[in-house]
Design a protein around this ligand. Structure first.
Ligand code: TRP
Length: 336
């Protein structure tokens, strides 16, 4: 029997999914969920959301939107595990066990924490200004997410690679002290992921305010695509696809044959407006069906809730016995 790989990733529930998330993370993850050689775990990282967002309604709304997005796009929940982090009480429990073997010095080196400290230095604030223990301990919670299910591969963006190194480090310390309980996870970074450009040509990212939301209604989607930045070349002038944001976005959605045709059209001097129209049709064609399913789910949150509860039940069938083993290992035991 071929060995199945256990793949796990979390999505922080603070925002609305955009095209960059779709191309870079959601689409490949859903494809993986249909691959019999992969055992996939996808979860909504709502505890992580609290580190970045203190707006309760936003956390709730984002959780619903992200869950509905994954379901609408065809995540196979019979094959993969899809759950909400906060439905698994064994995760915060494991977080504490890991916190107790994590060196504070290791956390001091975390990029997000260091960036906050540097920012304080720049603005003349106290080094700790605005820094919560949630931000400081964020990597331990993330390690618990991963180690709880002994995931081997963790698809993440480049900015998360350090957190994976920390998870390995923490797992090794725990294993060293209490015996071999954890597999060492590896980050899986897809370089293509970082490169879907936004409307201004830079990487599509919430922090640049250049995103195109995934579930815009058709007219607004078209409008947003029409706003993607181009140069001032006229219709008829040959254009370079490789320096055009519209082409990068097009190629993320197109088949190899469509890509070839579009490159030829660039060489033949296609007008920017026409490229954008074709881009709109391509994206809209792919999203129109899922968009209807998405709307239906958003209007029926109970259905989404049920899916998540079922996912949590299946996840806890794994996490409950494992946390019992770990409690035993550290000496938290029945006395009789
Ligand atoms: N920190 C990740 C991010 O911001 C989200 C996340 C939380 C995660 N827990 C995880 C990713 C576990 C992978 C594995 O993108």
């Amino acid at each position: 029997m071929a060995e199945t790989k256990r793949v796990l990733t979390g999505i922080t529930t603070t925002g609305t999914p955009h095209l960059g998330n779709y191309v870079g993370a959601i689409k490949p993850a859903i494809a993986a969920s249909r691959d019999p050689g992969i055992d996939s775990f996808y979860f909504l990282a709502d505890y992580h959301a609290l580190v970045k967002c203190e707006d309760p309604e936003r956390v709730r709304r984002s959780t619903l939107e992200i869950a509905a997005t994954w379901l609408a796009l065809g995540l196979d929940t019979s094959r993969s595990l899809f759950y909400r982090q906060s439905d698994i009480p064994e995760i915060p429990e494991l977080t504490w066990l890991l916190t107790c073997v994590t060196a504070k010095g290791l956390m001091n080196r975390a990029h997000a924490y260091k960036a906050a400290v540097d920012e304080n230095a720049k603005t003349g604030e106290d080094a700790d200004y605005g820094i919560t223990m949630g931000l400081f301990c964020y990597p331990v919670l993330m390690a618990a997410d991963i180690l709880m299910f002994n995931a081997q591969r963790v698809p993440v963006g480049k900015d998360q690679v350090q957190h994976l190194e920390m998870a390995r480090d923490i797992a090794q310390r725990f294993n060293h002290r209490y015996g071999e309980h954890f597999a060492l996870p590896e980050a899986e970074v897809d370089d293509f992921v970082a490169t879907l450009p936004g409307t201004d040509g830079r990487k599509m990212s919430k922090s640049y305010d250049n995103t195109i939301p995934l579930w815009l209604p058709e007219k607004k989607l078209r409008k947003a695509i029409m706003k993607i930045k181009t140069n001032s070349q006229e219709p008829g002038e040959p254009k370079d696809p490789d320096s055009a944001a519209v082409y990068s976005v097009y190629s993320a959605f197109a088949s190899p044959a469509q890509r070839e045709q579009m490159r030829q059209a660039f060489a033949d001097g296609i007008a920017w407006g026409e490229v954008k129209q074709q881009l709109f049709e391509l994206i809209n064609g792919e999203l129109a069906g899922p968009r209807e399913r998405y709307e239906a789910l958003i209007n029926n949150p109970d259905k989404v809730e049920k899916e998540l509860e079922q996912g949590a039940e299946r996840a806890r069938a794994l996490s409950r016995p494992f946390i019992a083993e770990l409690r035993e290992a550290v000496g938290i035991r029945r006395l009789g």
